[in-house]
Design a protein around this ligand. Structure first.
Ligand SMILES: NC(=O)c1ccc[n+]([C@@H]2O[C@H](COP(=O)([O-])OP(=O)(O)OC[C@H]3O[C@@H](n4cnc5c(N)ncnc54)[C@H](O)[C@@H]3O)[C@@H](O)[C@H]2O)c1
Ligand SMILES: [Zn+2]
Length: 376
């Protein structure tokens, strides 16, 4: 078992990482956090797979436990779902001594987190992430949100949890594709800030394609611990993403473009980010920032994990609009995250679509078999 500590203006809290941490660490956290009532927010899938996992752990804690079950999926990460949570909390007479537990992937974590940020001006929340993506990324750092019809994560708040319990046991039932999608965000942290972790992941690349299970807990516990540690460091340096936290968006410029342009149905977020990271490393090399040898190594680790994605036709105008997606018309450029070396991400301010377009063309030609643009 590994423990990390987050300490930011928005709160100080522990992160427990290992197999069996729900049984070993959740009860004490709940006892410290909730005084009369704890509401588990989860979804139908988790309830079916783990109907009896949290309840036994909470039996020894002298609080009432209720469960709010959401429908499963990103389409339900909405104000409508949020309202259902508020309704339930009102009916339960929840008050500021009540705590929430988000038990699920990033969708549950984001909605429950936003409910906790806003109900009665803020309730404590514990995150119990059950996907690799949520364990390594979304459960830590305090970003919460729901989607608006016109924009993903458009309505949100910063709300640090009061504790995060990362239990590797849940990964045993996670579909292979979801494991791989989360893996990209895990590797992202190594590429942007931890060269030694990258060295180790590269040396043990064969292990990355074997799902987490008893028998390889030590490898996964170490990888998760070191990856989450990077996220914690970056969040501690810049909780509100005023500057350096933006490096966590490495690979996300092209990643978001792929997700949006395919209508969010063709691929998982992590899969799009995996391709986006190869592109960002490629661009860094083309700009003379990243040594060719480092680019080759990054490509060597990521390429075997990539699921090729086909996107609809794309001309320069559409590309520019997608790159600038949520930017106001006056802003013609974006912050693009580059690498000055393996483990050394930096923000390249004022990067224009006009600069990225020719690089994108070269990327499609020189790194084939990753992204296919129809009509080409
Ligand atoms: N707040 C942040 O900082 C942050 C960061 C990254 C992503 N996100 C958000 O996270 C969301 C994506 O999260 P996700 O990838 O976890 O997706 P998800 O929450 O939709 O989970 C993926 C699928 O796996 C299922 N599942 C969850 N745990 C399981 C388990 N142990 N076994 C079997 N099935 C399981 C879920 O029910 C779902 O069907 C997006 O909405 C994204 O915007 C937030
Ligand atoms: Zn991401």
């Amino acid at each position: 078992m590994q423990t990390l500590h987050v300490n930011v203006a928005g709160g100080a809290y522990p992160i427990y990482i290992g197999a069996g941490t729900v049984a070993s660490h959740l009860p004490a956290l709940v006892a410290r956090t909730a005084q009369d009532l704890v509401v588990i927010v989860t979804n139908e899938t988790l309830l079916r797979l783990y109907p009896q996992t949290l309840l036994p752990a909470l039996r020894e804690v002298p609080v009432r436990v209720e469960t709010e079950v959401l429908p499963d999926g990103e389409p339900y990460k909405t104000l409508h779902t949020l309202t259902a949570i508020y309704d339930r909390l009102m009916r339960l007479h929840a008050n500021r001594k009540t705590a929430l537990i988000a038990f699920g992937g990033g969708v549950v974590g984001d909605v429950a987190g936003f409910a906790a940020a806003t109900f009665m001006r803020g309730l404590p929340i514990l995150q119990v992430p059950t996907t690799l993506l949520a364990q390594v990324d979304s459960s830590v750092g305090g970003k919460t949100a729901v989607n608006h019809r016109l924009g993903k994560n458009a309505i949100g708040a910063f709300k640090q949890p009061s504790g995060v319990v990362i239990d590797l046991d849940f990964l045993r039932t996670l579909p292979e594709r979801e494991v791989r999608a989360g893996l990209f965000e895990l590797i992202k942290h190594a590429i942007i800030r931890d060269r030694a972790l990258f060295d180790d992941l590269e040396a043990q690349a064969a292990r990355l394609v074997v799902r987490p299970a008893a028998g390889n807990w030590a490898f996964w516990e170490d990888a998760l611990h070191r990856s989450v540690r990077v996220k914690v460091q970056v969040v501690q340096e810049d909780e509100r993403e005023e500057h350096i936290r933006a490096i966590l968006n490495f690979g996300h410029t092209l990643g978001h473009l792929i997700e949006t342009h395919t209508g969010y149905t063709a691929c998982l977020h992590g899969e799009a980010v995996g391709i986006g990271m190869i592109f960002a490393a490629f661009a860094s090399r083309e700009w003379g920032l990243l040594p060719g040898a480092d680019f080759a190594r990054i490509q060597g680790v990521l390429r075997p994990l990539v699921t090729p994605i086909a996107v609809p036709p794309l001309d320069e105008e559409a590309f520019a609009a997608l790159v600038l997606h949520d930017k106001k018309a006056a802003q013609r450029a974006v912050k693009f995250i580059v690498l000055n070396g393996l483990g050394q991400a930096a923000i390249r301010e004022q990067t224009t679509p006009a600069e990225l377009w020719p690089l994108f063309q070269r990327f499609l030609a020189e790194v084939p078999g990753v992204l296919r643009v129809s009509g080409r």
